[in-house]
Ligand binder design. Structure first.
Ligand code: S3P
Length: 448
C-alpha cells in the first residue's frame, strides 16, 4: 500500500446516544513488535489478538521477505517461525512499509547489525517523514544508510558486518528510535545502552524480557538508562496482544461528547507510558470509571465505563505527559472543542512529524468547523465551545493520516452540522473495523 489506495470520503452526522460495548482491536505497537521479535527468535512464536490493520500486515510481509515464516492461522491468530538474531537474509525486492513509521523504523533497527542490504519505501506520507532520527544511532553500530535528501525514503540500509555496541542518549522522546537501537543491539556484542530523558512506551523492553533477553532499566543523571546485553538467544513466546488504548480513545471520546451516551470499553491499557489521554480526560471532568483492573498480555488494563459529560472544562496538559499520549492529541483537541474554556497543549512539536503535521491538520480542520485555535511550532490551543457548540458543516483534509480522519468523524457525531473527511481510507492502517464499530454504538458515519 504505497499511496495507490483511492481516496474514500466519509461523512459523520450528529448521532443519537451511543450505547453498548466498544471492543477495539489489538495494540498496533505491540503487534509490530510481536512479529519482529518472533522473527528474531529461534522456533515458533504464537500470537493472538494481533491487529490486522494494513500497517501490521506490511510488517508481517517484511518479516517474510527477510526469511521468517509467518502464517495467519485465524482471526488475529498468527504463527512466526523465527530465524534467530542475525539470521535475516537479504530480501530480493524493496520492503514497502506502507504508511507505517513504526514498521520502517523498527525494521531498520532489526536489520542494522546484520550484513545485508535492504531498501525501504512507503506511501506518500511515509516518504515525507524523517529517517535520520534512526539512521544516526544505527550508523554508530556501523550500519550505512543511503536515502533521499533530508534522510527520506526510499532508503537503502547496509547492515554492519562487525557491529559494535552503542551508548545513545535519545535527542527526542521517541519509542520508535529507542526500539530501533535496542533491536540493533540484539546482534551487537556487549552492552547497548539507550538513555531517555522522558519515559516513552516501554513495550520493547517488556517484550524483550519475555523473549529471554537481559534488559535493565534504572534511573541515571541524564534520565532513564536502558541496558541490553547483546546476542541473547531469543526464546519463542506466546504473545497475547492487549487492545489498543489509542484506538479505544475514539469511542471513549465520542461517548463523552455525544448527548445521552453510555458505553463500556473493555481492556484499556493503564500502562503509565500509554495512559496520558485518560488522565487528561478525567482532569477535564470526564465521567469515566476504571473497573476490573487486571493484567492482560503483560500489560495493566481496566474496563472503562464512559458516560456523556456535558460539563467538560478546558485544561493545560502538562508537557511532560506528551510521550504517554502522543497519538491522542488529535482526538483530545476534538474533545477540547466541546469543553468550556481553553485547552492548552504544549511540548507537542513531535506531532509535526507524524503521519501528517497533526498540529496543522487539527488546527485547519477545527477552524473549518468553526472552532478557534492558536498554534506555534510546539503548541496547540483550542478554544472550547461547550457541549454541542461546534458548528461543523465542513470538509476536513486528512493528509493520509488515519488519526486525523477518525478524530473529525468523532467530531461530526456531536457537531451541529455534518462533517466530511476527504479521505477515510487510511483508517485501514490501524482500525479496520472503525466504521462498523462506531455505527454499532449508534454513530451515523457513511461513505461519501
Ligand atoms: C510508536 C511510537 C510513537 C507513536 C507511534 C507508535 C511505537 O512514535 O507515535 O504511533 O510503537 O513505538 P514516536 O516514537 O515517533 O514518538
Amino acid at each position: 500500500m504505497s499511496g495507490h489506495a483511492e481516496a474514500q470520503p466519509m461523512i459523520s452526522a450528529r448521532s443519537g446516544p451511543l450505547s453498548g460495548v466498544a471492543a477495539v482491536p489489538g495494540d498496533k505497537s505491540i503487534s509490530h513488535r510481536a512479529l519482529i521479535f518472533g522473527a528474531m527468535a529461534v522456533g515458533e512464536t504464537r500470537i493472538s489478538g494481533l491487529l490486522e490493520g494494513q500497517d501490521v500486515l506490511d510488517t508481517a510481509k517484511a518479516m517474510r521477505a527477510l526469511g521468517a515464516e509467518v502464517t495467519r492461522l485465524g482471526e488475529g491468530a498468527w504463527s512466526v517461525h523465527g530465524v534467530g538474531t542475525g539470521g535475516f537474509s537479504e530480501p530480493s525486492d524493496l520492503i514497502d512499509c506502507g504508511n507505517s513509521g513504526t514498521g520502517v523504523r523498527l525494521l531498520m533497527g532489526a536489520v542494522a547489525t546484520t550484513p545485508i542490504s535492504v531498501t525501504f519505501t512507503g506511501d506518500a506520507s511515509l516518504r515525507k517523514r524523517p529517517m535520520g532520527r534512526v539512521t544516526d544511532p544505527l550508523s554508530l553500530f556501523g550500519a550505512r544508510a543511503f536515502g533521499r535528501k533530508g534522510g527520506r525514503l526510499p532508503m537503502t540500509l547496509v547492515g554492519a558486518a562487525d557491529p559494535v555496541p552503542v551508548r545513545y542518549v535519545l535527542p527526542m522522546a521517541s519509542a520508535q528510535v529507542k526500539s530501533a537501537v535496542l533491536l540493533a543491539g540484539l546482534n551487537a556484542p556487549g552492552e547497548t545502552v539507550v538513555i531517555e530523558r522522558e519515559p516513552t512506551r516501554d513495550h520493547s523492553e517488556r517484550m524483550l524480557r519475555g523473549f529471554g533477553a537481559e534488559v535493565a532499566v534504572e534511573a541515571g543523571p541524564e534520565g532513564q538508562v536502558i541496558t541490553l546485553v547483546g546476542r541473547p538467544e531469543l526464546r519463542p513466546q506466546g504473545v497475547a496482544v492487549p487492545r489498543d488504548p489509542s484506538s479505544a480513545a475514539f469511542p471513549t471520546c465520542a461517548a463523552l461528547i455525544t448527548e445521552g451516551s453510555e458505553i463500556r470499553v473493555p481492556g484499556v491499557s493503564q500502562n503509565p507510558t500509554r495512559n496520558g489521554l485518560y488522565l487528561t480526560l478525567v482532569e477535564m471532568g470526564a465521567d469515566i470509571s476504571f473497573e476490573n483492573p487486571r493484567e492482560e498480555g503483560g500489560e495493566p488494563v481496566a474496563d472503562l465505563h464512559v458516560r456523556f459529560s456535558p460539563d467538560l472544562r478546558g485544561v493545560e496538559v502538562p508537557p511532560g505527559r506528551a510521550p504517554s499520549m502522543i497519538d491522542e492529541y488529535p482526538v483530545l483537541s476534538v474533545v477540547a472543542a466541546f469543553a468550556d474554556g481553553r485547552t492548552v497543549m504544549r511540548g507537542v512539536k513531535e506531532l509535526r512529524v507524524k503521519e501528517s503535521d497533526r498540529i496543522d491538520a487539527m488546527a485547519r480542520g477545527l477552524e473549518a468547523c468553526g472552532v478557534r485555535t492558536e498554534e506555534d511550532e510546539d503548541t496547540l490551543i483550542v478554544h472550547g465551545m461547550g457541549a454541542g457548540g461546534m458548528p461543523g458543516g465542513a470538509t476536513c483534509a486528512t493528509h493520509l493520516d488515519h488519526r486525523i480522519a477518525m478524530s473529525f468523524l468523532v467530531a461530526g457525531m456531536a457537531a451541529q452540522r455534518e462533517i466530511t473527511v476527504d479521505d477515510g481510507a487510511p483508517i485501514m492502517t490501524s482500525f479496520p473495523l472503525f466504521e462498523g464499530l462506531m455505527n454499532g454504538l449508534g454513530a451515523a458515519i457513511r461513505r461519501g
